[in-house]
Design a protein around this ligand. Structure first.
Ligand code: FES
Length: 56
């Protein structure tokens, strides 16, 4: 599922980034560009990041 349409980033890529140590939206924006354009994906992206952190 695409989370960020502006950059074409999927939930899977966000989970992978989280596994590789990305722990904030700021970092996610830096690594994948998520949330840096229209910002509509920010809520969903944050949620996925939070879920993947709590499942380790
Ligand atoms: Fe992610 Fe636009 S959908 S910045």
């Amino acid at each position: 599922m695409y989370v960020c349409l502006c950059t074409g980033v999927t939930d899977r890529e966000i989970r992978e980034a989280a596994e590789n140590g990305v722990s904030s939206m700021r970092q996610l924006g830096k690594e994948l560009g998520v949330g840096r354009q229209c910002g509509r994906c920010a809520c969903t992206a944050r949620e996925i990041l939070r879920e993947s952190r709590s499942s380790d």
